[in-house]
Design a protein around this ligand. Structure first.
Ligand SMILES: Nc1ncnc2c1ncn2[C@@H]1O[C@H](COP(=O)(O)OP(=O)(O)OP(=O)(O)O)[C@@H](O)[C@H]1O
Ligand SMILES: [Mg+2]
Length: 317
């Protein structure tokens, strides 16, 4: 795909520091996230994986500036993120709830730009361009309900791209489509990221998807949720649905992520072992701090045949 769309590259770093998010008050108070720290550098593709109900959508909404953390900070380019930012676009969890059935596909993609003050001709240009980028150049005049689920999800992605934002947040973007469409959409996302140079943060409960897509996988879990592992995915830039998923490094990483999630769940239920650092005696583990889970894609240890480990949450709270 040609790099014809304007995005401004990968933007700036997103830095989450010691974030807690609590819903409700008094007897209804529910702490969903606690002490979560995370860093995403420009151009990275970071997948956040965790079980259903762990707080993935909550975290993504915080990253998008739609809601504020109860405590802790989120900074974009060093500035405190307190509201939605023009550099950060979101593809929401369920396209069925976010596409407007009475609006043609082109208008669904273009209409959020109206609120940003983008002129009609430019809105339509961007909509056509982004629909073309997701392989839907010829459906602008149709209504969403005239498209398959996979096509509707492509429309939702096109709408995210139309912001021309350097950072794209995606919330379980392929959760509602069949397996084959899911593979196609994963590859589409990888190719868009490569051609546009954007930063992507994608949350999913699908461990294989996280490992297949990410430069880095941040594993969240526990109760309340925090970062329990942070793995560099050393599978190279060229991913293939058949060969990458058959690669022993892929299966090692998937096993590692699943183990961490299970241990975090067991720990949260008070019946399992403490999640331990796997740092070896050659590399003593640092003390846990709010920044323990932070770091860029280049920080992995990459030792031996096992999955490259970046920094680890050593104890699950
Ligand atoms: N606005 C809200 N008010 C009260 N509780 C909320 C709110 N939003 C989320 N929660 C609670 O926070 C917890 C995490 O929800 P969230 O939607 O972030 O999980 P998730 O990891 O995205 O789950 P899923 O994988 O099912 O999408 C849930 O217990 C949910 O009930
Ligand atoms: Mg969710």
């Amino acid at each position: 795909m040609q790099r014809h769309m304007k995005t401004g590259g990968g933007g700036s770093s997103l830095v989450v520091e010691d974030v807690c998010k609590t819903f409700g008050h008094g007897a209804d108070e529910h702490r969903v996230i606690e002490g979560l720290s995370l860093r995403v550098d420009p151009g990275e593709f970071v997948c956040v994986v965790g079980p259903s109900g762990a707080g993935k959508t909550t975290l993504l909404r915080c990253l998008s500036g739609l809601i504020r953390p109860t405590t802790g900070t989120i900074r974009y380019g060093g500035e405190l993120l307190t509201r939605p930012h023009a550099d950060i676009a979101v593809v929401f969890q369920d396209y069925r709830g976010s596409l407007l059935p009475w609006m043609r596909v082109r208008d669904n993609v273009a209409f959020p730009l109206e609120g940003m003050g983008v002129k009609r001709a430019e809105r339509n240009r961007r909509a056509e361009e982004c629909l073309g980028a997701v392989g839907l150049a010829d459906v602008g005049d149709k209504y969403p309900w005239q498209l398959s689920g996979g096509m509707q999800q492509r429309v939702a992605i096109a709408r995210g791209l139309a912001y021309e934002a350097p950072v794209l947040l995606m919330d379980e973007p392929f959760g509602s489509v069949d397996a084959q469409s899911r593979f196609d959409l994963e590859d589409l996302t990888l190719s868009l990221r490569a051609s546009l140079g954007i930063t992507v943060v994608l949350v999913t409960h699908d461990i294989d998807e996280a490992v297949y897509l990410g430069d880095r996988v941040v594993v969240i879990g526990g109760r309340p949720t925090t970062v329990v592992d942070n793995l560099v995915v050393d599978l190279g830039a060229d991913r293939d649905q058949i060969t990458t998923r058959a690669d022993h490094r892929f299966t090692d990483l998937r096993t590692r992520v699943l183990t961490m999630i299970r241990e975090a769940q067991a720990q949260a239920q008070g019946e399992g072992p403490t999640v331990r650092s796997e740092s070896t005696s050659e590399e003593p583990a640092p003390d846990r701090s709010p920044g323990d889970a932070m770091g860029g894609a280049t920080g992995g240890t990459g030792r031996g045949d096992g999955p490259a480990r970046e920094k680890t949450g050593r104890a699950v709270r």
